[in-house]
Design a binder for this molecule. Sequence first.
Ligand code: 5AD
Length: 345
Amino acid sequence: MKELIDKLYKEQILSREEFFRLLTERTPKEEEYARNLAAEVREKNYGKDIFIRGLIEFTNYCKNDCFYCGIRKSNKKAQRYRLTLEEILSCCQEGYELGFRTFVLQGGEDGFFTKERIVSLIHEIKERYPDCALTLSIGEKPYEEYQAYKEAGADRYLLRHETADEEHYRMLHPEPLSLAHRKECLRNLKKLGFQTGAGFMVGSPGQTAQTLVKDFLFLKELQPQMVGIGPFIPHQDTPFREKTAGTLKDTLFYLALIRLMLPKVLLPATTALGTIHPKGRELGILSGANVVMPNLSPSEVRKKYMLYDNKICTGEEAAEGIQDLKKRMQAIGCKVVTARGDYKG
Ligand code: 5AD
């Protein structure tokens, strides 16, 4: 198995069969080997630098009904909210003062935020903060809408593919969502010149070594600039309430494989990883991740943007905990930097 890890390091790709063997037969020692190698690759490409992104969860209204997600349309218990333009801008201001140079606007697929509203939001933020990168994470939209966002000045777009296996996709998402459309959106985003992020949950119900092989091969084919992965965590008010969460160890191993396969990719140690283990984010960095995304949302709404149970939203994963985060990163030999942190191709 060590040969396969070395091969992935050297060639940045494995065959379907090789990925399958690596996923099903690896030992804890080999996982550790992959994680350490991935951390070396991170350092070779990015040095000690860890990039930060200020996450603004600006609406939890969503027209979709994904079985895993706490803000799914059918969850009548979710307390819905939308931030106003002024509230969003004050999140940016606070973030800017704390040293953030990337803002991530994330939200459910909320019909209130029409193309025109999003475009004016982008104009406003880019005018006030011309030195900052703007990332959108607002789901599937028609090509023309993505194009309008790009023209308005948005730089990056996050849209996890969730799983690259059709059947598995169907287990996670009711119609009208489809894997084909999700992939089309990702290709459109890349074509329009967005730095594009894909990714998946680790341990989502129905995930197998076979579906994971497809995820890795899809990521290799798409060549995204960013990849977001984190453990699936059940939410009490969803159909998946009784399902088992993804594990720390699997997440760290897959982070490592992604770093080996896509050496320059921007790879966050996600909030979900920080939620399942107190040192989750550090361990993520030590397995090849190089980005953290502290929460810049107003504290009153953070509890309402609950994609999964027990989501951490105070402390060093929050923007006001940036000092703690810096210390934690220093403690593992890394350095939080203020740079925009664009993809270096
Ligand atoms: N557990 C972990 N991650 C989740 N997401 C949504 N619901 C959950 C959950 N229950 C992730 C999805 C989505 C991202 C914004 O959050 O992968 O793309």
